[in-house]
Design a protein around this ligand. Structure first.
Ligand SMILES: Cc1cc2nc3c(=O)[nH]c(=O)nc-3n(C[C@H](O)[C@H](O)[C@H](O)COP(=O)(O)OP(=O)(O)OC[C@H]3O[C@@H](n4cnc5c(N)ncnc54)[C@H](O)[C@@H]3O)c2cc1C
Length: 462
C-alpha cells in the first residue's frame, strides 16, 4: 500500500520531496490524485508526473531542486484558467500555488502585495476597503499572477494600460532555486521579462502593483434580441470611434443553454449585448456617452452607478471551475463585413459567448518603463468560448471556435494576446520581434535548460 501511495506510475519516488515540504506532494496512484491534478478549466485533462501543493517560497525552491535532480520540469499554476494551452505534462511537476494566498494593501502608497495563489476578487475587495481599485480582469477567480504575467486586460485598461505595466516588484524562485526580488533596480532584465512575457522565467511567489483611487463606475449591460446582432454590433463599432479612454466597451453575443442553473429570463435565450464601463469622475458624463447605445432601445438596461467591487460580476464569468473551450485573437480592424461574418458564424453555433473588446487608449501607448508587452497596437480583441463538459463536446466547440477564427483571419493582427490564446501559438506571434528576441536571450540566461514551463513557453535563445 505504501508503495502505491508514494511511487507514481512512472516510477518517480516523491518521498524525499514530501519530507522537505510544508505543503503536499501528490503522485499518480495517490487517493487525492484526480482532485490534485484538476485545473479550473475542467475540460483539460492534466497528467503531470506529480503535483506539488506549495505553501512557501522554500517549498518552491525544494521542488525546483527535486525536479532538476530527476530531469523533470516545473509548471507553476495558480488556478488553471490558462491550462488549455499546456500540452503534454508527463515530464513535468505541476506546482500549484493555490495555498499561497494573502493580500496586503498599502493605502498611502496605493499599492497591493499578493502571494502567488491570490485570486482577483480577494484584491478587489481588500482594495475597495481603502477606496482603491485594481486592474482586475473580468473574472473574480482568475489568478492575479498568471493574469498579470501574461499582460492583464482589465475594464480600466484603456485608462491605465495593461496590468503588467503597473507592477512595481516581483519575488520569484529562479530555475537555479534562488529566491530573487526583482524591480527596476534589481535584476531589471528579469523584471522586464516577467511583466508580460508569461510564466517562462521563474516561479513567482509574490507580486506588488499599483492601485487607483476609484470607488464606483458607471457600468452595465444593454441587452438586445439576438436577431438584431448585426445592427447593434455595427452601431457599437461606430460608437467606439469617439470614446474617451475612461470608457471601455464590449460587443458580444450570448447564447445561454436551457439549463436549470441559469435564471429563468435568460435560460435558453440568446442576446446581443453591449457592455459599457465608464470610470470617469462624473456619472452624468457616462450617461451622456452611453446615450447613443441606449437610443437603440435595449430590452434590458443595467447600466448604472456601480460599486467597484461589483465590476467583477459584470461579465458574468463562471465563479468556480467550469469546463470550457475557447480561443481568441487580436483584430487590426472591425468593419461591417467582419461583423456580418462574425454574426453568421456565431449565431446558432455551440458558442456560449463571443465578444469583441475595444482596446486602444493607454493599451496602445508606449513607454520606456513598460515590460515585455510595451503596447497593443490592435484596436480590438476577439474571444469566443463554449461549454465543453465531455471530450466530444470539447471537439465540437473547438471546431466552431476554430471556424470563427479562420473566418476572421483576414482581419487578425500579426501579434496576439497570450491570455486570450487558449491554444498553443507560435511564441513569436505573442510579442513584437524585438521583445521576443530579448525574451529568448533572458530565458537563456535565467533558465538555460528550460526547467520552468509556461502554458505559452518562450524557448531559450541557444
Ligand atoms: C473566464 C475567464 C475570464 C478571463 N478574463 C480575462 C480578462 O478579463 N482579462 C485578461 O487579461 N485575461 C482574462 N482571462 C485569461 C486569464 O488572464 C489567463 O487565462 C491567465 O493565464 C489566468 O491566470 P491564472 O493564474 O488564473 O491561470 P493559470 O492557468 O494558473 O496560469 C496561467 C499561466 O500563468 C503562469 N503562472 C501562473 N502562476 C504562476 C507563478 N506563480 N509563477 C510563474 N508563472 C505563473 C504559468 O505560465 C501558467 O501556465 C480570462 C480567462 C477566463 C477563463
Amino acid at each position: 500500500m505504501t508503495e502505491i501511495l508514494t511511487r507514481s506510475e512512472t516510477g518517480l519516488d516523491v518521498r524525499p520531496l514530501r519530507n522537505l515540504l510544508d505543503g503536499d506532494v501528490v503522485a499518480p496512484g495517490d487517493e487525492s490524485w484526480d482532485e490534485a491534478r484538476l485545473a479550473w478549466n475542467l475540460s483539460v485533462d492534466q497528467r503531470p508526473a506529480a503535483v506539488v501543493l506549495a505553501e512557501s517560497a522554500a517549498d518552491v525552491s525544494a521542488t525546483v531542486a527535486f525536479a532538476k535532480a530527476h530531469a523533470l520540469r516545473v509548471a507553476p499554476q495558480g488556478t488553471g484558467h490558462g491550462a488549455g494551452a499546456m500540452g503534454d505534462m508527463s515530464d513535468t511537476i505541476l506546482l500549484k500555488t493555490e495555498r499561497m494566498r494573502g493580500v496586503t494593501i498599502d493605502p498611502e502608497a496605493r499599492t497591493a502585495r499578493v502571494e502567488a495563489g491570490t485570486l482577483w476578487i480577494e484584491v478587489v475587495e481588500a482594495a475597495a476597503e481603502h477606496g482603491l481599485a485594481a486592474l482586475a480582469g473580468s473574472s473574480p477567480d482568475v489568478g492575479v499572477v498568471g493574469y498579470t504575467l501574461g499582460g492583464g486586460l482589465s475594464w480600466l485598461a484603456r485608462k491605465h494600460g495593461i496590468g503588467a505595466n503597473q507592477v512595481t516588484a516581483i519575488e520569484v524562485v529562479t530555475a537555479s532555486g534562488d529566491v530573487v526580488r526583482t524591480d527596476w533596480a534589481n535584476e531589471p532584465d528579469l523584471f522586464w521579462a516577467l511583466r508580460g512575457g508569461g510564466g517562462s522565467f521563474g516561479i513567482v511567489t509574490a507580486l506588488e502593483f499599483n492601485l487607483f483611487p476609484l470607488t464606483e463606475v458607471y457600468a452595465g449591460i444593454l441587452w438586445f434580441p439576438v436577431d438584431r446582432a448585426a445592427e447593434v454590433l455595427k452601431a457599437w463599432r461606430a460608437w467606439t470611434e469617439e470614446l474617451p479612454d475612461e470608457l471601455t466597451s464590449v460587443g458580444r453575443i450570448l447564447q445561454f443553454p436551457p439549463i436549470p442553473e441559469l435564471p429563468e429570463p435568460i435560460r435558453g435565450q440568446s442576446f446581443v449585448v453591449v457592455q459599457a464601463i465608464y470610470s470617469g469622475a462624473d456619472p452624468a458624463e457616462g450617461e451622456r456617452l452611453v446615450a447613443p447605445m441606449r437610443a437603440l432601445g435595449p430590452v434590458l438596461d443595467t447600466v448604472a452607478r456601480t460599486p467597484i467591487r461589483e465590476l467583477s460580476k459584470l461579465h458574468m464569468d463562471p465563479e468556480g471551475p467550469a469546463p470550457g473551450a475557447g480561443d481568441g485573437g487580436m483584430l487590426d480592424d472591425v468593419d461591417d463585413h467582419l461583423i456580418d461574418l462574425f454574426v453568421e458564424q456565431v449565431v446558432g453555433a455551440p458558442i456560449l459567448s463571443a465578444e469583441i473588446r475595444h482596446l486602444g487608449g493607454a493599451v496602445a501607448r508606449r513607454d520606456s518603463r513598460h515590460g515585455a508587452i510595451d503596447a497593443f497596437e490592435a484596436p480590438f480583441i476577439m474571444y469566443a468560448v463554449g461549454m465543453a463538459p465531455t471530450p466530444e463536446l470539447r471537439a465540437i466547440v473547438e471546431d466552431a471556435v476554430g471556424r470563427l477564427r479562420d473566418t476572421l483571419e483576414p482581419w487578425e493582427a500579426d501579434h496576439t494576446y497570450m491570455n486570450f490564446a487558449e491554444s498553443r501559438r507560435k511564441a513569436a506571434s505573442l510579442f513584437s520581434s524585438a521583445s521576443y528576441h530579448r525574451l529568448r536571450r533572458i530565458k537563456a540566461i535565467v533558465d538555460p535548460t528550460d526547467l520552468v514551463r509556461s502554458n505559452h513557453p518562450i524557448p531559450p535563445a541557444f
